[in-house]
Write a new protein. Sequence first.
Length: 455
Amino acid sequence: MKLKNNIKKFKSEYDQVAKILFLMLVILVIFTRPFPHNANDQSRIATIESLVERNTWVIDESHFGQLTVDKVIYQGNLYSSKPAVLTIMGTGVYTVLHDFFNLDFHSATKRNAYYWLTLFIIGGSTLILLWYFFLSTRWLEIKPIHRLYLTLILGLGTFYLPYSTTFNNHTIAGALLFIGFYYYLKQKHNEGKKSLNLFLSGLFVSWAAVIDIPLGGIFLLVFFVMYLHQTRKIKDILFYVVGSTPFLLSQIIINYKLFKSFFHLHIDSRTIEFVDYWANPRGIDTLHQNKFEYLFHILLGTHGLLLYTPILILSFIVVFKIILYKKHKYWHEALLVLIGFIILTTFYVVKTGNFGGTSYGFRYYIGLAPFLIFFLAFLFEPPYWNQYKRIILYLFIVSFIFSAVGVIEVYNCPPYKAIGVGEYVFFPLLGNLSLFYELIKFQFIKLILLSYYYL
């Protein structure tokens, strides 16, 4: 009887999470972008197209290769400046779409190859992330329904909602990183075979590292330190290192084959030259803010992580509480995730000044969202739930609205005309809201004119 009840409970939980995954799939089917529309994805699409249709990494003959500014010149030819592994993954999918379904990236249809490529790789990775996230919450002391709430918050209340509709590296890298964390948790809780958990963790984290180099590279080391503390055995750590090798080695081989360097061209640019645009940039790429002002804006200001996803305010509160209470079972994990966040933030404050272009918010934090929502779970435990449940609900609603606003325009957010100043400022949230207002106003005027015509 007890076994039968456990099976019914198990089936009920997974039926519920299946509904969340289906809801997310419906959203992605409706809102996934139909065409490449920014320098970021145009650069990758140019290489995918060239590899499949012309069997070369050179993007000179690609229309998207001419449009993008994310490219370099090597031996007189144009190449994408993006890391190669995600491009190779896209090449495999595009080969099927192109050779078997006669789809390409230039078709006027709203369901051309770009749509299906994005839906399959980026949308698919987001759905897989939500599944693994739900599985990871089974080690937390929270009710089954709260596991579902957390999964919903991750899917709809973070930047995974808008950015999963475009072909980008941040969402999939974050998904792979968290899958690596899932196998770390299995190891921590002594589930499964130790060597396999370590190997798979290294495999997925290194996969993230060759797709999103700053985020993945930092957390490749963070995971190494976590395992050092957890196992304290070099023999066990070797399984993690061996698992990390295939993707890291493949990236090194591709780098050398293309540019005669063992490192990615953003690390070693001696053999290449950047295109003229970066010598004379325009628009937001010309920003030269004070670094402290820039830090404020990526955390709280015009592109602020905590402004666009205020539910994460609670996540950081929990992380700090765990760190202050040193006996907590996730103390080391919370500390190292916070250290990873600080290192990542420092890197982007020092190395960038344009917020990643005209994209919505500060997209380089996307991959941290699953970890931060994971720690939010501790507010769902019995001592805190009654105290925080209303705050969690209100902040989730705001986070969902702001994430949904990002779906309006993800990479080409319009500048916002500051009231009473007369100057345009780069504030993607307000820019998208003003764009939404203009769209609604246009449709309203169109409806009035049509009504007048037919009456």
